[in-house]
Design a protein around this ligand. Structure first.
Ligand code: HEC
Length: 157
């Protein structure tokens, strides 16, 4: 083969490789979302989470455990879906409006564990709200809110 032909072959191969990568990447992200959408969506979810926890605190102070327990559904669901909204490449940059620390991807087990704690403490709080035992409600609310702060300290810039 002449050197010119080899260059053409290499180009064709390069184009095929890029095409294949694009196909794999796209099929991988079916059912999930683009990096930009993931960032927007998770910021929205965190804002709802903040509004929710404010209401939750009010309802607990007012001893309205029946209403309060329903607010826990959001946190349990969100704690299960959260990993889907942290795709690789979505850490904070100067242009994407995110505060996500790169430690999320450097320490994936630590991040998963922080999510797990959030999930477990949400369930504990739900349980004590159902039992309407005010001492355990207060204790579990504190632990639950502590999982927000714990994760922020470690994984939010
Ligand atoms: C497992 C980790 C983790 C847990 C648990 C967690 N957060 Fe966050 N939170 C983050 C990260 C990471 C960001 C930054 C997201 C971004 O900017 O891309 C964030 C951002 C936020 C923001 C800022 C959103 C904005 O306006 O930009 C709020 C408010 C917030 N979280 C509230 C909460 C509350 C309330 C809880 C608990 C009920 C909670 N978070 C639990 C990791 C967590």
């Amino acid at each position: 083969m002449s050197p010119d032909n080899i260059i053409v072959m290499n180009k064709v191969f390069g184009i095929l490789l890029v095409g294949l990568t694009a196909v794999l990447f796209n099929s991988n992200s079916i059912g999930s979302v683009s990096v930009e959408d993931a960032i927007q969506k998770r910021i929205e979810m965190f804002k709802s989470s903040k509004a929710n926890i404010k209401n939750l605190r009010k309802l607990i102070r007012a001893d309205d455990t029946t209403e309060a327990v329903q607010l826990l559904d959001f946190h349990i669901k969100w704690s299960e879906e959260m990993p889907l909204l942290f795709p690789p490449g979505s850490e904070a940059s100067t242009s994407n409006g995110s505060d996500a620390s790169s430690d999320i991807w450097d320490n994936p087990i630590g991040f998963q564990n922080a999510i797990k704690q959030y999930n477990l403490k949400s369930k504990d709080l739900r349980k004590s709200l159902r039992s309407a035992d005010s001492a355990s409600i207060n204790e579990n609310f504190k632990n639950f809110a502590g999982t927000c702060k714990g994760c922020h300290k470690q994984f939010r810039n």
